[in-house]
Design a protein around this ligand. Structure first.
Ligand SMILES: [Zn+2]
Length: 602
């Protein structure tokens, strides 16, 4: 496996202040010497998530999450350690040095890098085509007609794919990209599908090109919109799934809008790229677009990182409504509130803003109804129907949605409201929901991201861990002792082993962050909890250590003597016991000379 060099990890740790990094995702409030917020890893009403600047640690008293800046990024972005280091390095402008290359990994990394480069350059090329070429004159006119000026086109790097079968093919060859790279990017198609040797041709022809970026702003795919309204097929054509691009992971615009979504704790979800650009540029900036695909669980979790509430603006036709209902499962499952925005008949956000201004859209967004109210108001004939059967059928439909809601209190409120509105007994609805819940696997965000928790070490071990993490002198002293042999038979000392066996220097915050970076998520969480636990008095560390070892050596001595008595004079065993006893006595003098051994039990 390719490994990021230790010096890079240290550099990144030194350059990434945890308060700043966490604060760039969501606001932190000062609480004494620490910072506090609602925990992003579990649902809560009062904040139990703390960030400590001095220790460069975060921890949550609610769910047990915790660790250094690396673990925070890993858990929050759902990525592995090397990727977390890369992102933080990127943020701090630090060059990554990797060593111990594995050829396969290296090839994969290189292909990824080449594909990113190809996408970046292709975006520039498409954009230049739009701005400069004569062939794009009709596109520029089209954009003007849609109210997209040059400034906006530049902001989003909107481009033009020429009306040709081999313009991209030719450009890529000239720019030094190989045929294999081009095929892997999805910018071209094989004439004979499945035959990599067949001729290739441009996938995007005579289209308005929108670069699709991941949430850190790298171009990873394209979406091409038809210019000729009589053309066959869908309005938008997207890149296929590639090494870089997976539709279910990407929300268009999120790289630009995530700050606004985090600030308002609310995301407006639109369908098309053009809708998004118009809305964003009109000053409504907490927006993302699903790019015409169904919202996935991954999308919902992505949104959940930044907001609590989602307003869906889907087409008012039947397909749009179905899409909204389908989105509900994943959005509720992730613990998000859902409201449904309505547009005047025949309008989309883009046309509404162009015709009536951004205020008109803003008013619609504010007036968006909670999903349940929306459903009831759109099914009034059924809701107010005199026949119980009709109301029961509607109740069954709604109970299916209520079953998705993971929060018990919210579910309760919805049941009460529905029961009152439909004049049906509560028990009937509860019964329906129970049978739904049994059928539906209700997924919650918490299940997905709750870190695996290493059971807290028992009190004395936890206290020693805390002392070692905070007291350089003690750590150095114990490292000079034969601690490994001493701890050999003591259960639950894995974390102690981690600390003592590391290069950690507790008086250097950088070193602490680096050390935490090397731990598993569960170990890091456990040690963060230990650090945060005010009931553990680290000043007692040395005494506890000595007692731990003394008790253990005492135990082993008694045990050895017992075995010796049982074995009698059997020579092999005898020799073994003698040597082990010698080891114990030796340890005793080397470790426990700080404090006298407790007197031997009779
Ligand atoms: Zn938590």
């Amino acid at each position: 496996m390719s490994r990021i060099a230790q010096e890079t990890v240290e550099q990144v740790a030194a350059a990434s202040d945890i308060v700043q990094v966490v604060g760039s995702y969501f606001p932190l409030k000062r609480a004494g010497t620490e910072f506090r917020a609602l925990c992003p890893f579990h649902q809560e009403k009062t904040p139990s998530f703390y960030v400590n600047s001095g220790k460069q640690q975060f921890y949550c008293f609610g769910c047990g999450a915790g660790g250094s800046v690396f673990q925070f990024i890993q858990q929050y972005e759902n990525i592995d350690f090397p990727e977390a280091v890369r992102r933080l390095a990127n943020r701090a402008g630090i060059m990554i040095i990797e060593n111990e290359f594995n050829i396969e990994d290296e090839a994969k990394q290189n292909l990824r890098k080449r594909l990113l480069r190809l996408h970046f350059e292709a975006a520039v090329w498409f954009h230049q085509n739009l701005l400069r070429t004569k062939a794009a004159e009709h596109v520029r006119t089209y954009l003007k007609g849609r109210g997209l000026n040059i400034g906006i086109a530049k902001n989003w790097a909107v481009g033009y794919a020429p009306n040709s079968w081999n313009a991209i093919v030719g450009w890529a060859a000239e720019s030094g990209f190989s045929r294999e790279e081009l095929i892997a990017s999805g910018l071209v198609k094989l004439k004979e599908e499945g035959n990599p040797r067949s001729q290739i041709y441009d996938r995007f022809r005579n289209r308005l090109m929108f670069p699709i970026r991941n949430d850190i702003g790298e171009v990873i795919a394209f979406s091409g919109r038809v210019l000729d309204s009589k053309a066959q097929g869908g309005k938008y054509l997207n890149s296929p799934e590639t090494t870089l691009f997976s539709k279910g992971n990407i929300l268009f615009g999120l790289d630009k809008s995530k700050r606004f979504i985090a600030n308002t704790r609310q995301a407006i979800v639109l369908e098309g790229q053009l809708d998004l650009i118009t809305t964003f540029e009109a000053g409504i900036q907490n927006v993302v677009a699903s790019q015409g695909t169904a919202l996935t669980e991954r999308h919902a979790n992505l949104l959940r990182r930044f907001c609590d509430e989602v307003i869906l603006f889907f087409d008012s036709d039947k397909a749009g409504q179905k899409a909204a209902e389908r989105a509900l499962e994943v959005l509720y499952g992730a613990g998000l509130q859902v409201r449904i925005g309505e547009l005047p008949f025949g309008e989309d956000p883009d046309s509404l803003i162009r015709n009536a201004g951004s205020e008109a859209f803003q008013i619609r967004a504010e007036a968006a109804q909670d999903f349940f109210d929306y459903q009831m108001n759109h099914n009034l004939t059924v809701v107010e129907s005199k026949t119980t059967a009709g109301r029961m059928a509607f109740a069954r439909k709604m109970s299916q949605f209520i079953a998705f809601v993971p929060d018990a209190v919210l579910r309760d409120i919805l049941i009460s409201r529905l029961a009152a509105r439909l004049t049906l007994p509560r028990e009937t609805l509860e019964q329906m929901i129970r049978s739904q819940t049994r059928q539906t696997h209700v997924r919650t965000l918490i299940d997905n991201v709750a870190p695996q928790i290493t059971p807290m070490p028992r009190h004395d071990l936890a206290l020693i861990c805390k002392a070692l993490l905070t007291n350089s002198a003690l750590l150095t002293q114990i490292r000079q002792q034969p601690w490994e042999t001493a701890l050999r038979y003591i259960e639950g000392t894995e974390l102690l082993h981690q600390i003592l066996g590391s290069g950690l220097q507790p008086d250097q915050p950088t070193s602490i962050a680096t050390f935490f970076g090397s731990l598993s998520r569960a170990d890091a969480a456990a040690l963060s909890q230990v650090l945060a636990n005010k009931d553990l008095n680290e000043k007692m560390g040395q005494i506890y250590w000595t007692q731990l070892v003394a008790t253990e050596l005492q135990r082993r001595k008694v045990q050895l003597e017992h075995i010796q008595r049982l074995a009698g004079d059997e020579s092999d065993t005898h020799a073994e016991i003698v040597s082990e006893l010698k080891e114990v006595l030796d340890l005793e003098t080397r470790i426990t000379d700080i404090l006298p051994l407790p007197s031997r039990a009779p």
